[in-house]
Design a protein around this ligand. Structure first.
Ligand SMILES: [Zn+2]
Length: 218
């Protein structure tokens, strides 16, 4: 991880001090979390560790880091500020879009099937009537079968329609469960709710007070 420090807004840690350069220094952690390589990026007023000017030096939280003439850099504050999860957050847009797409697909295909099943009771007697009209003249057996179908069809249609609508809650439940796993803050893992990604983007950071992950880089 590299943390850029300076007066310019595009730094990870912005310092507002007259003796600090626009791109003053950077910190890189190459040896684990406690030790950082501090590098001066050609600043006008220099970078100092424990009073000595440095170009490159490994530092820990115990060292006194000074940028320019007066600004003392608190390493802990700098590390806390590195909360940039904009890349990970951007990936969540796809998660949300896919969820909505799948949900709509389940609901609309279900409505179509239910409608077919429910129209069956009304369509069948008509079809049966036509068959009888053409073929069934004088045939008592065919008439009996047709009558049977005409009476049973509504029941079957209602049964199939009900069965189909019962399938849907399970499908939606499975989808929602997966969504709860995928649509979470990239830092703290808190489920973000069924809130459109665009709306979350406007919040810019995680509302969990212990997290404060930045979702949008400013
Ligand atoms: Zn969070």
């Amino acid at each position: 991880m590299v943390i850029n420090i300076g007066k310019a807004e595009d730094n990870d840690f912005v310092v507002d001090d007259p003796y600090v350069s626009r791109h003053h220094a950077c910190l890189t952690n190459k040896c684990g979390e406690d030790q950082w390589l501090l590098e001066d990026l050609g600043s006008s007023n220099g970078t100092f560790v424990n009073g000595t000017q440095v170009i490159k030096k490994y530092v820990t939280q115990k060292d006194e880091i000074r940028l320019g003439n007066t600004y003392l850099l608190d390493l802990l504050e700098v590390l806390k500020s590195k909360n940039d999860y904009s890349k990970e957050f951007a990936d969540l847009k796809q998660v949300y879009d896919k969820y909505i797409e799948a949900k709509v697909k389940i609901q609309s295909s279900n409505q179509f099937k239910i409608r077919i099943f429910q129209s069956l009771p009304f369509a069948l007697p008509g079809i049966v009537g036509v068959i009888i009209g053409f073929l069934g003249k004088g045939s008592h057996e065919l008439f009996a079968i047709s009558l049977f179908i005409a009476i049973c069809a509504p029941t079957i249609g209602i049964y199939l329609g009900a069965k189909q609508s019962a399938k849907v809650p399970q499908l939606l439940q499975d989808l929602a469960n997966q969504f709860k796993i995928d649509y979470v803050c990239p830092k703290c893992g808190t489920f973000l709710g069924e809130i459109p990604w665009e709306s979350l983007r406007k919040r810019k950071q995680c509302p969990v007070s212990s997290c404060k992950a930045k979702w949008v880089k400013e």
